[in-house]
Ligand binder design. Structure first.
Ligand SMILES: [Fe+2]
Length: 231
């Protein structure tokens, strides 16, 4: 990414989670998005890239996105950001927790400003993180998929509204960085997703809800996912 900032994506754990380091080159500082499964690997990755972790950004409270927050805090002094709606919903607690509001901005180093975008549907306080021409989407949007809405706190009608709003407002060349590696590619632009993501093809909320709640995966070539899978 240009202008001295970057997005580093890597996959971790048995559920194909993507972890992100959002970094500022000049100060070698970064935020970790959704630290899960293995804090040692996340720390090693930051060390390999010579990055100091100053912030942790949570897209939502499911354990496959936050279970390494506490182990990371044992090793680094970082603020932890989660929307207050998600904190209230889940009861999530940790040290240095910043209970944020939609639109709040997190400054990383000198150049990187990350905006918290409220994207409910998978959970009530699900958050996407906007950085210039990119969006880290957590379990809201996957490449050619979207997050499940049948867990506690999920709501497919709310998810429809969230996805419509995102697609209406984001510039078409925005790069989407999903929370799981479920697609044929690891990222995609908004205009590509508007063409190929089956969950973005519905003209009515009723059609979307029917599709989302049938439990069919968008790519039928994949083996069926177990009940606890995020998609
Ligand atoms: Fe989730």
């Amino acid at each position: 990414m240009s202008d001295g900032i970057f997005v580093h994506q890597f996959e971790l754990g048995p559920w194909d989670n993507f972890i992100y380091l959002l970094g500022d080159r000049a100060t070698r500082t970064c935020a970790v998005v959704d630290p899960a499964w293995d804090a040692a690997t996340i720390l090693r990755e930051a060390e390999r890239l010579e990055l100091k972790i100053t912030d942790i950004l949570c897209t939502h409270s499911h354990f496959d996105h936050v279970d390494q927050v506490d182990p990371l805090l044992d090793e680094v002094d970082a603020r932890v950001h989660m929307l207050n709606a998600e904190v209230e919903f889940s009861g999530f607690r940790c040290e240095n927790l910043v209970k944020a509001a939609p639109g709040d901005k997190v400054k990383i180093g000198d150049h990187l400003e990350v905006t918290m975008v409220h994207t409910p549907g998978h959970t009530p306080g699900s958050t996407s993180y906007r950085i210039r021409d990119a969006l880290v989407t957590g379990d809201t949007l996957f490449i050619d998929g979207c997050g499940r809405c049948d867990f506690v706190g999920g709501d497919p009608a709310v998810m429809y509204e969230t996805l419509q709003t995102l697609m209406d407002r984001l510039p078409k060349d925005t790069v989407l960085y999903p929370g799981h590696n479920y697609g044929a590619t690891t990222t995609a632009t908004v205009d590509r997703q508007l063409e190929s993501n089956p969950y973005l093809q519905h003209a009515t909320v009723a059609d979307f809800v029917a599709h989302r709640m049938t439990g069919k995966t968008p790519n039928s070539a994949l083996p069926p996912r177990p009940d606890w899978s995020p998609e």
